[in-house]
Design a protein around this ligand. Sequence first.
Ligand code: GUN
Ligand code: ZN
Length: 430
Amino acid sequence: MTQKTLLTGPTLRFSGNPMTRPWPDVVTLDTEGAVLISGGMIEAVGKAAELRAAHPEAEDVAHGKHRLICPGFVDAHAHYPQTAIIASWGKRLIDWLNDYTFPEEMRLADPAYARKIAERYLDLILANGTTTVASYCTIHPHSVDVLFEAAEKRGQRIVAGKTCMDRNAPDGLRDSAQSAYDDSKALIARWHGRGRATYAITPRFSPTSTPEQLSALGALWAEHSECPMQTHLSEQVDEVAWVRNLFPSARDYLDTYETHGLLGERGLYGHAIHLEPREVDRLAEVGAALVHCPTSNTFIGSGLFDMAGLAARRIPIGLATDTGGGSSFSMLRTMAAAYEIGQLRGTPLHAAQLIWLATAGSARSLHLHDRIGSLAAGMEADLCVLDLASTPGIAQRVAEAESQWEALFATIMMGDDRAIAEVWVNGVRQ
Ligand code: GUN
Ligand code: ZN
């Protein structure tokens, strides 16, 4: 008989989207909750006493009142090859890419180095409670293989793709329209749907792809519409001006994707800060997802994402670290930065909204919300148990808290990997 495990303690549950409905109507923090895990899946979520009585055979893992059993965090946009250059000083996007990122991505031409970074990266994110990531790789197909292999070894659900670039990148870091198509197609055949792997078609962004390459990847997406497609959109003002020069006949940045078959419901557009009204209208019409990368947007000096305005248009929005343009591997730190950007725009997010974005919201943006991102029967058992009193500074604040939401907010704002008490991947404690 399959071994069952019953985690008891405060649990977090969602019944709807707190970005479009009042959060108290759709987010519940149950101080006497429990999650029953069986065979890598969540079998039931409910009251501890009831599930305990119904499943006396289940192994008990009890958590106290300063814990919170959450879904594992889902990071909807990261670049694992940039792990070793995170927190590089003083550049804006284009110089940052040329001076720090591209030289480091070239080092991943060595498969042994790529494997070392992939392993290191997955260890770091798991220590931070992130159970699923959507990561860019490098132009080298083996950089995709090593990441999927490392995730498979850990049992992790993962989304990844070969980054495609055939211009405005150094020698050794360019493919071609044809090889990007061929390599990506072969990687889809090798990885998409194997175990917990999802392949994402990945043109880096319009400035590093010729129209021919964008078209080739658009054609590939049409052949494999089951795959997500991830790219960057309107991150910095200089970048938007560059796109206008490179694509003089395009109506706007989004149009450079749309005219090449790269706008669709399974599209994930990272950053999306400096959008024109037409772009917002099209994204809303199509149902494409945006990914907010707040530590990156402050660190590289990109601007303030309009979370409230875009969520009001019902555009799906995920939350992400954007490692290593982002300055942290932690989704807690990322939630804190999203809160701060909300404050700067006069629209602060509640703790319930922040944690929803980092779990179910990101899962929704990746079209994986029927499998991960929330605690509910039938979901895969990827969990993160938070310690809400992980440091003396947080503990003294929590001692004064009048609700669990106040306590959680202190950990969101001040917490790091020390706040991750337990991580469960596919029903297995890490
Ligand atoms: N735009 C194109 N490539 C990148 C990248 O690697 N990081 C960020 N932040 N923006 C990009
Ligand atoms: Zn990025």
